[in-house]
Design a protein around this ligand. Sequence first.
Ligand SMILES: Nc1nc2c(ncn2[C@@H]2O[C@H](COP(=O)(O)OP(=O)(O)OP(=O)(O)O)[C@@H](O)[C@H]2O)c(=O)[nH]1
Ligand SMILES: [Mg+2]
Length: 197
Amino acid sequence: MIIDHLNQTIQLKICYFGPALSGKTTTLKSLFKHFGKEDSVLSIESSIRRTLFFDYGTITFENKQWRLKIHIYSTTGQDFYIITRPATLQGIDGIIFVADSQQEVFYRNLTSWNELCNYFEDLIIILPKVIAFNKQDLPDKFSPTLFLENINSFKFKNFKTKKTVALHGYGVVESFEELIQLMLKKIYNSQIVSIFD
Ligand SMILES: Nc1nc2c(ncn2[C@@H]2O[C@H](COP(=O)(O)OP(=O)(O)OP(=O)(O)O)[C@@H](O)[C@H]2O)c(=O)[nH]1
Ligand SMILES: [Mg+2]
């Protein structure tokens, strides 16, 4: 987070994280499409359109006093490029974990979540985060409750969940808004800056 009082600008970094092929890039692109900025997304991809390093773009909101610039990344889910993930996660203010809700990949989601927790150790407890249970349009899904039980979700703070279908944009903007609210609440509570004046 960068707060520039002189220029009245707050910059936040968020990241879409999750297992291979869960829909991170699709979610990010759908979000940018909603804001009419689809063409501004930078994607570093392999020749078969898998994320090689990250996707990246920015979205800016303004009111009379403050400008809020959000830097948005997605990590690669491919373990072959695992070395790139900590670099992408560096300095983030919030995370959207994109879970693949297909029953057959339930454990892949758990592994990915545990990897995320290991990066942040105890900080993950308070880091603003949303779990997006993606691919809700497909049959044979696991129940979000089962996943939440498996990760002991009761211990997390600044935490929300959403069901999404990134392919159709369903729930994508809502999960992004949930995360922004969690991040702003955290800034507000820490009284770093009074943004709701
Ligand atoms: N049915 C369905 N398919 C989806 C949904 N979201 C993404 N997909 C598909 O899942 C596949 C992977 O999507 P990506 O967005 O590339 O996934 P990713 O998580 O960025 O993948 P990596 O970066 O390679 O880890 C693509 O074929 C998408 O069209 C969804 O909500 N429903
Ligand atoms: Mg991707």
